[in-house]
Design a protein around this ligand. Structure first.
Ligand SMILES: O=C(O)CCC(=O)C(=O)O
Length: 263
């Protein structure tokens, strides 16, 4: 798959692009079945939340040497619709995956992600250049009541906002101070709700401000995140790096797989 010039212009202007139902229902079902299998296991790289200890996030389903491995997720990370688009947007054929994760925001209990730029965390991983792209794939219908993502168009062009460590939520991560977010909201177009049917994809820049709310609906909201980086932009050595499942140390270029390899 190749993006058109117009799609590239939209990505460069807004900091994100949405592709309705880019993956088929057969592919989505295969990925859901695998997620269902993996969430039963107890492994580093699977985090739980809520009163019932439900899996909230799992990592590293794309690498064959770990407990959370799934061939379907490896294939997902390497199709021309995922890796091919990342190579095009990063203008480089040598691309690796910083991490792959599934956020399973459970019905009623799944909670907020405050506004943030992903590069806030990735810079602390030792990555120098904010030139990374993330592909989000919906495994459920994403709705506003169900805690879909929101993107702030054009925010990736405003540079980096010094993050703070947000530890009041279940998800502890580097978020953007609310004063800075409000300043940007005063001047930029309104946030866009990234809603869609299962199989819908959003690709976004690592400096695009994004957030999501509580899942108030009766349905789980499962979304995969594939975070691509240029091999030449791999992290520098740092003290006390995060574990491999979230800061990959496999910096080999990924190779494309056939489009039908997920199923
Ligand atoms: O899954 C979500 O609702 C938000 C996830 C997110 O923003 C992130 O992982 O950076």
């Amino acid at each position: 798959m190749k993006l058109t010039g117009e799609q590239c212009d939209t990505y460069n202007r807004d900091g994100f692009l949405v592709f309705p139902e880019l993956f088929s229902s057969v592919e989505v079902n295969a990925l859901r079945d695998e997620a269902d299998r993996l969430r039963q296991i107890d492994a580093e790289g699977i985090f739980r939340e809520g009163n019932h200890g439900m899996a909230k996030t799992m990592f590293r389903m794309h690498e064959p040497d770990g407990p959370t491995y799934s061939p379907a997720y490896r294939a997902l990370s390497r199709t021309s619709r995922s890796l091919g688009v990342a190579q095009q947007l990063l203008r480089d054929d040598k691309v690796y995956m910083h991490h792959c994760k599934l956020n399973m925001k459970p019905a009623i209990e799944g909670t907020v992600w405050h506004w943030h730029q992903d590069f806030g965390s990735w810079q602390k991983d030792g990555i120098q250049m904010p030139e990374m792209v993330t592909m989000m794939v919906m495994l459920d219908e994403a709705t506003e009541i169900g805690g879909c993502l929101y993107m702030l168009p054009g925010s990736h062009l405003k540079g980096r906002f010094d993050p703070y460590f947000e530890d009041s939520t279940v998800y502890k991560f580097y978020a953007t101070p609310s004063t800075r977010v409000k300043e940007q909201m005063d001047t930029l177009p309104d946030p866009v709700a990234i809603t869609g049917k299962p199989g819908t994809v959003a690709i976004f820049n690592c400096n695009t401000l994004h957030a999501s709310g509580h899942n108030l609906s009766a349905k789980d909201r499962w979304q995969i995140y594939l975070c691509y980086n240029r091999c030449s932009n791999r992290p520098a050595d740092i003290d006390d790096p995060r574990p491999d499942y979230v800061r990959s140390t496999n910096w080999e270029p990924m190779t494309l797989m056939n489009n039908d390899s997920i199923i």
